[in-house]
Design a binder for this molecule. Structure first.
Ligand code: SOE
Length: 384
């Protein structure tokens, strides 16, 4: 393989998402051998030299940087992958695009719509490939749901229901700020469950069921004060701990969404159910290889919920993995997104969601937070 088929990755950040993305790059050539381009883990960047070196050694990065500007300035880097807390996304993405690098950004794109705008402008002006890691689209069963909907199997859609429930912030002793708890710090994250968890549900929902037109939401912050890891001070909590909203989709269907980090017993209960005129589908992250499907057109004696184990070779992405009946997991969703990104380089297509598409999700998140604050319905302004 010639050098021009190598995409040299420079990653910023090395937390949980840094691991998922690094794993995806490492697995890609083994499982998607037909791709023309392949990644090389050129450098990883974070402030703490010892820790970033340990990460580089563990995941196979050739070098490290402790200043992301130096990483971007390197001429042996083709693509910048951003795995930092949300408040760093914009500055890094804009600088990377201006330097002519491709940009892959962990979700959510930014903290606000306004912060996302110059990011969209920068990648579009530079004409660089870009994508946002909304990985759950790439669960084979979720992609199968998309294929069934697009094939018209459900008919007119009436209802869309989605949840993303966790329970890891119930204790008031969980601090905010810092490396592992920045998601609780409004300055770093931009919001709580809305930007972190509902953003996933909204991205999946609009991909499956089209644009969300308007929303009415409630949010709650159950723990009002927490210690900040960095300063040691007790601070007011600015994030939403829980959020529930309902909405109208452009296609006339109604949506109900709930997310919380206070649902004791739930670690990552991400689910959706869609009810159409002819058929319904539902999916649950805890059983991610399964898509449940009910078709009213079946013979009445046989009619009922079918449980499709999405592991056949002709199911989305599954020809790349094992043999029928053997499952894939969470990490594969990132490998699939990396594969789709590398494919988009080959055929000069886009790898959805692009920055521009992810900004539409940002619009819904913002309308949700505004609605909860003002206790009013809000138009999202989404253009899907
Ligand atoms: C939060 O706990 C979190 O890690 C999110 O940040 C991820 O995006 C989600 O996929 C799993 O939960």
């Amino acid at each position: 393989m010639s050098d021009k088929n190598i995409i040299r990755i420079g990653m910023v950040g090395y937390g949980f998402m840094g691991r998922t993305h690094s794993n995806a790059y490492n697995r890609l050539a083994n499982f998607f051998p037909d791709l023309k381009f392949r990644p090389v883990l050129k450098a990883v960047c974070a402030r703490n030299k010892e820790r970033v070196q340990a990460f580089a050694d563990q995941w196979g990065y050739e070098s490290i940087e402790t200043d992301w500007r130096k990483l971007i300035a390197r001429d042996d880097i083709d693509a910048i992958d951003i795995c930092t807390p949300n408040n760093m996304h914009a500055e890094i993405a804009i600088a990377a695009a201006e330097a002519g690098k491709m940009v892959l950004c962990e979700k959510p794109l930014a903290r606000t719509v306004a912060e996302a705008q110059p990011m969209v402008d920068a990648v579009e002006k530079a004409g660089v490939k870009n994508t946002v890691w909304y990985n759950y689209r790439r669960v084979p069963a979720v992609t199968l749901a998309k294929n069934l909907i697009d094939a018209g199997k459900l008919g007119r859609i009436f209802h869309y229901r989605a949840n993303f429930l966790q329970d890891w912030t119930i204790s008031p002793d969980v601090p905010q700020g810092g490396e592992s708890t920045w998601r609780l710090d409004n300055d770093a994250a931009g919001s709580g469950v809305t930007g972190d968890l509902l953003a996933h549900c909204i991205d999946t929902a609009m991909w499956l069921n089209g644009g969300i037109k308007d929303v009415s939401a409630v949010t709650e912050t159950f723990v009002k004060e927490r210690v900040h890891t960095g300063t040691g001070e007790v601070q007011k909590v600015g994030i939403d701990d829980a959020c529930i909203f309902h909405c109208h989709f452009d296609n006339g269907s109604l949506g109900v969404f709930e997310s919380t980090r206070y649902a004791r017993g739930h670690k990552a209960a991400k689910t959706f159910e869609i009810n159409g005129e002819h058929a319904s589908i539902r999916w649950d992250l805890h059983d991610l290889n399964r898509l449940e499907y009910f078709d009213h057109r079946d013979e009445s004696m046989e009619r009922g919920w079918r449980s499709i184990h999405v592991t056949d070779g002709d199911h989305p992405y599954m020809d790349k993995w094992w043999v029928p009946g053997l499952s894939v997991g969470y990490e594969h969703t990132f490998i699939h997104q990396a594969a789709d990104f590398f494919k988009s380089l080959e055929d000069d297509s886009v790898c959805s969601p692009t920055f521009k598409e992810a900004q539409e999700t940002q619009k819904v998140c913002e309308a949700v937070l505004d609605s909860a604050k003002d206790r009013q319905w809000k138009d999202t302004g989404v253009n899907w």
